[in-house]
Design a protein around this ligand. Sequence first.
Ligand code: ATP
Ligand code: MG
Length: 437
Amino acid sequence: MVDPLMRCQGEKVLLRLLESGYQAYFVGGCVRDELMGRPVHDMDIATSAKPEDVIALFERSVPTGIQHGTVTVLLENHAFEVTTFRKEADYEDHRRPTSVEFVEGIVEDLRRRDFTMNAIAGDVGGRLIDPFDGQADIKAKVIRCVGSAPDRFNEDALRMMRGIRFASVFAFRPVKSLWSALRSGRSKISFIAMERIRVELEKMVLGPNPVRGLALLQRSGLLDYVKAPVPKAASASLPDERLTLLKAIELVRPDTPEIKWSLLLKALEVPGEEAAGLMKMWTFSNAVGQGTADLIRFDEAWRKARMGPNQEDSKALRRKWIELQLSFGKGIAAGWIERQEVLQRAGIKPSPLRDHGTALSFELEEAEWHDEPVVHTLQELAVTGGDVMRYTDKKGGPWLGELMNAMLFKVAAGEWPNDKETLLEQAKVVVNEHGAS
Ligand code: ATP
Ligand code: MG
């Protein structure tokens, strides 16, 4: 499934190269995805032309990865990565090589690719060049390295993560030789930069079968290396409860990755206070890392309240609920509710209020605590600090901040109306009672 316009532009790039006497093919993910009937998001091209030849041939191009022989060619509104046929020289430290050697033919180029399904080329007429039988492996739904699996993983250890990612996203099975090479080579993943690992982890967790991928990661032992500094839950098999959490990931809307990550971390038993650190180590942006950690901390705090000594005091619980909403903010509270709905849909049953049972218990049905605070921030209050100072005739000081926050809470909880006159009166009462220093 290729967008016909993209294909048409891509063919123009191939034709231009061919007319100038170079060889040129579509390669990699786009050929594979089309064979699998999956949507093709971008089309990569391999050519015998050197990067400088490619730059000279096309009006608009950007040397995006010149050291690897890659030039991005822009045609109308499509971008094509055009890479010179290459053979990679001298792998060091189980990482992608620093230098590449350009070679003559497409078959040599395909030979350095990771898996047979990714090592198929297509020419402009749609004929396939498939020297490693990638089509047969796609049909059989298996992942197989091009050539010797131990050698390929030794060259670039990231391929182990990629193998599991593809197995997860496509629901394919790694062949035995790949799996045993992965089991014996797994420690080499520690040579790989976390950014590259995270890209694969992200595609896996945000893809359609995260549970499968995580189970494979766990069984292979790679998970221990991926979540290095987190001590708990290393290679124990997944108990049902954690599996349900992982299954729930599949039900989360794509545009709320923080909810997915919070479920994943929960399943890995990462506590809220460690979550931000782990997300940082996984090289996520601060926003996603913080959002994920906040969701877990919100959940922990609310659960603690529900299980705590006040669990039967509905007024106290409601105040706690409002307090959490104010301290975490509107977005996190809304995210948490969405997360609860997802868990419910995943079949985690709401338990009654007094059930001390499972750590996963929650009470979505008791929606009375879940009402929105009337206001979320001081800006939304009908009075400002200035109003209060004028009305009480007091100078500013720490008392003012405390008073404003107390009023925010009262209004948020619906105990006081958000009405200027009432709030000023109440402020005066408090100041007269406690004084303001
Ligand atoms: P996706 O759908 O995730 O983009 P893809 O197969 O296109 O999948 P890319 O990471 O975009 O994956 O890589 C493009 C192609 O480059 C792959 O299909 C594969 O042929 C080759 N490739 C990528 N990474 C490696 C690697 N680490 N070792 C060998 N070949 C690789
Ligand atoms: Mg790609």
